[in-house]
Design a protein around this ligand. Structure first.
Ligand SMILES: [Fe+2]
Ligand SMILES: [Fe+2]
Length: 214
């Protein structure tokens, strides 16, 4: 469920507090946040496409697994929420005289996708849900990291990020709960840990572009 937009800024969690609530193995350095803060038009245009892609990803899972009622209900709701996020980012872009940009390469997602199980089977479903969890968790981490950097510089963007960080935190948990149903814990946990290692390794090579996953 999408919450009403915040009207006031609250205390931003420290990196340590945030990482304690996320499964991620590697914390984004403050240098990335400074880079994104110095180029908010690029960040926001990329952010809008991330929200659009998140909605499409949720809907694609509904298309892949129409017999899974729990997934259909939760991913439909998630897609609606991501569209609401897209609308908020788009409104802010337009207010600043900026336009949406079209699809652009997202090397981080592209490289993660290369690790999906091949073939349309039960393990691919688990992997797609783990991928969704990773995208949401890293997005939450990046939004909060940038929020810490701009909270005193750009209250308008800060309010947006203050709302969206916690939403994406809910979303990674939603994906991982759906994924956990698919395998016995003894098989699921090593698979999830392998995903986290891959993501951590990939992210350590990033932090160099002012985009959500750059
Ligand atoms: Fe979102
Ligand atoms: Fe999300």
């Amino acid at each position: 469920m999408s919450e009403a937009p915040s009207k006031t800024l609250t205390v931003v969690p420290s990196s340590t507090e945030l990482m304690a609530e996320l499964p991620l193995h590697w914390a984004t350095p403050a240098s990335w946040a400074r880079r994104a803060a110095d180029d908010l038009p690029t960040f926001l245009a990329d952010h809008a496409i991330c929200e659009q892609q998140a909605a499409l990803f949720g809907l694609s899972l509904v298309g892949h697994y129409p017999e899974d009622r729990d997934l259909v209900v939760k991913m439909s709701a998630l897609a609606a929420e991501e569209v609401a996020h897209l609308r908020r980012v788009t409104t802010l872009l337009h207010k600043r005289g900026l336009e949406l940009q079209g699809r652009r390469p997202n090397p981080w997602v592209h490289r993660l996708r290369q690790h999906l199980q091949k073939g349309d089977n039960a393990l691919l479903k688990v992997d797609r849900l783990c991928l969704g969890a990773l995208i949401e968790a890293r997005s939450c981490e990046r939004f909060t990291c940038l929020l810490r950097e701009i909270v005193d510089r750009d209250p308008e963007v800060a309010l947006l990020l203050q709302d969206l960080g916690p939403a994406e935190k809910r979303h990674w948990r939603l994906f991982i709960e759906l994924a956990r149903r698919e395998l016995p814990e003894s098989e699921f946990e090593p698979r999830w840990q392998r995903w986290l290692e891959i993501e951590g390794h990939l992210s350590q090579q990033g932090g160099i572009r002012p985009t959500v996953h750059g």
